[in-house]
Ligand binder design. Sequence first.
Ligand SMILES: Cc1ncc(COP(=O)(O)O)c(C=O)c1O
Length: 362
Amino acid sequence: MARVFNFSAGPSMLPESVLNLAAAEMLDYKGSGQSVMEMSHRSKVYEEIINEAQVLFRKVLGIPDNYKVLFLQGGASTQFAAIPLNFMNGTKKADYVLTGQFSTKAYKEAVKVCPDGDVYEVASSKDKTFTYIPKLTKENFRSDADYAYICFNNTIYGTKWNYIPDTGDVPLFADVSSCFLSEPMDVTKFGLIYGGAQKNIAPAGLTVVIVREDLLGNAPASIPTMLDYKVMADNDSMYNTPPCWSIYMCKLVLEWIEKIGGLEAMKLHNEKKASILYDYLDSSKMFINPVNKEDRSIMNVTFVTESDELNKKFVADAAAAGFVNLKGHRSVGGMRASIYNAMPIEGVEKLVDFMAQFEKNN
Ligand SMILES: Cc1ncc(COP(=O)(O)O)c(C=O)c1O
């Protein structure tokens, strides 16, 4: 069967050249006589893979030396608990901006795992079904909070922060799961950024946490060892068995990003795809994008028609034509096209042609 255009929100498409290289190296990785899937994570050959992944991540994203890059497991959702457990350690105040389901989950998890803490809702865009990003200034955040928390790209609602909020001296933490490595990012503006790899970076199983070193080491003694970022940092992400295969795939994806010109080129590629789709949506009489224009995500593009029935028909007809996983998140309905790094421009052009034809026929 021909490969489909996969608009899944994650796990999602990986670059075809990366899949081909992984296939070629599957049985015998560089003359080692084994697959990366079979290697001891303590072997010399694997050590080189994880070290290269680390070096490349730093290079591609421009991560300064005073930040640690951790290759962890448990998904982004585990970090919802790990973050308050590691960092609500001073005034025990933490400030959360609620811009969708994942930041709300992170907020609730902080309340749950730090019951003696003071978890504060700085702002929320729930009043308009999370279709916009609140405009905040330093005054909105508490100056004595241990950290402030945002979700930088809201996968379900198709919004993205088009600015980095000023939190003064309070370290800003961001969930970047669905926009990781999609464009350049000034890491120095953040105390911590993290994300699940299964959208832009690698297959599921790997979670990357990038954290400023001086913030580590103050977790309470009761923190579970596996959630203690300091332990993971001190052990170079090898306290226990890391997600070896996903880290290897991450290395191949980083090499691919470098080859196509790094994150500046990635940004142009992603902006082009997003504008093809948004331009069409803005001209369509059938499909509507419900998001505040200036807060539109370039990774997740949401749209609806006026009826659930038509939405359903669109998703089914699109799948039959080779455009799969266009159904919106179960909590909001409608449609969503996730157009992560590996989605070629051709995929979006063909989708728009298909949408225009569907509009004409229906
Ligand atoms: C922005 C964001 N945060 C968190 C998550 C949860 O990630 P995981 O499934 O890796 O726990 C997702 C999943 O789609 C996401 O999009």
